[in-house]
Design a protein around this ligand. Sequence first.
Ligand SMILES: Cc1cc2nc3c(=O)[nH]c(=O)nc-3n(C[C@H](O)[C@H](O)[C@H](O)COP(=O)(O)OP(=O)(O)OC[C@H]3O[C@@H](n4cnc5c(N)ncnc54)[C@H](O)[C@@H]3O)c2cc1C
Length: 415
Amino acid sequence: LTWDRETSTNVRSLVKSWIGMELEGAIAAEAAGLVETARRLVSDFPPAQVPQGALLGAWFDAGLTWVHFPEGLGGRGCSRQCQPIVDDVMLEAGGTLTRQVGTIGYGIAAPTLVAFGSRELTDRLLRPLAAGEETWCQLFSEPGAGSDLANVSASATLADGKWTVNGQKVWSSRAHEARWGVLLARTDPSLPKHQGLTYFVIDMHQPGVEIRPLRQMTGRAEFNEVFLTEAMVPDAQRLGAVGEGWRVARTTLLNERMAIGSRKSSAGAPSAMADALRLWSDRPERRTPVLRDRLAALWIRAQAHRLTCERFSAAAALGQEAVIAKLVSAELRQAAYEFSMDLLGPEASTYGTYDMAGSNQDGTELQEKFLRSRANTIEGGSSEIIRNIIGERILGLPAEHQPDRGKPWREGHRG
Ligand SMILES: Cc1cc2nc3c(=O)[nH]c(=O)nc-3n(C[C@H](O)[C@H](O)[C@H](O)COP(=O)(O)OP(=O)(O)OC[C@H]3O[C@@H](n4cnc5c(N)ncnc54)[C@H](O)[C@@H]3O)c2cc1C
């Protein structure tokens, strides 16, 4: 009952403490310096008065966009743990962060570019990405390559310093808005499937790229099919060596899982928990002891997720925590919205803005968030696949049987 009363009266502070973070020692000192720079910047570039791109560009130049990146590339070589503190300065000043403007560019493309791109390419692409001037999409999945991503069949062939790409991608989020895409393509079908892949940055604004929207059950068309027909990619836009695409893609996937699973992600568990707590506070007449038990159980799971996220933000390199956080975050988010629907009761079945012409902005209604949350256990690797990864790479269980292992891709090609 005490817990219940606290939840009712202190929802705001609970949500704040949930999102807040404690830092210690050297990292706290590092964060203090960054916060000072951030405060100066929002005072020199007041978010309400200057164009968003000008502030985000200055933020990049000051090394605040990805504080753990090297200097000159939007970072300062600081601990990843400082990022949420710096971000809060921007948000409190009423500004918008790069990760809110372009999640894929921020969380997926940028870390891969920094790890594998030439300095020339990174210099050309990173600042416009950070300033929100150029958005990105991810061209990995295909009709025959989702969970089995290494089965990609889109082909790329090299002639005169340029690659020609043909094939079909699917579920490409925000491709209709993107200026650039990260692309995984097969460059040697005679090699085993993981070895014949190469990774590219492709210009989405060219005649060989056709984008067709796909509508989700929320009514919105957030992702697309992308048809590549004789699309061109200069060799200078290759990330990593020819045939090393799988290694580069793994960096992307790890960062994607961290971006999705992180506590600050808008698609993450904390915002769903905050929604559930607000609803609990707003609708005392709908509370039951069973729902109270469920909310308490969700809260405990959410605390475990928070601690896992703190472990990965403290780690020098991303690792197993990012995979675990993605799994827990996706399932917790679904459970939190299921809870909210049960608390709403019959009202859950009324969905005011369901129109098939819906925009591409994230929904604000709980009912829509509930529908969208069904995708959380699919995007960025399904929960079944994440459990396989945890079983094999973390727990050391025997690997799944792979009948096509070591065979040339073209022999086992499932189309
Ligand atoms: C909202 C959303 C956004 C997305 N955005 C992008 C994007 O921007 N770019 C992009 O490239 N992709 C994107 N995806 C695609 C996503 O990565 C794939 O949907 C996902 O990897 C699953 O692949 P699939 O849909 O082909 O399902 P399949 O691979 O066909 O899987 C079907 C079912 O079988 C299960 N399964 C498959 N293999 C195994 C196995 N070995 N063991 C146990 N179970 C298994 C899966 O878990 C799943 O339940 C997006 C997906 C969603 C839902």
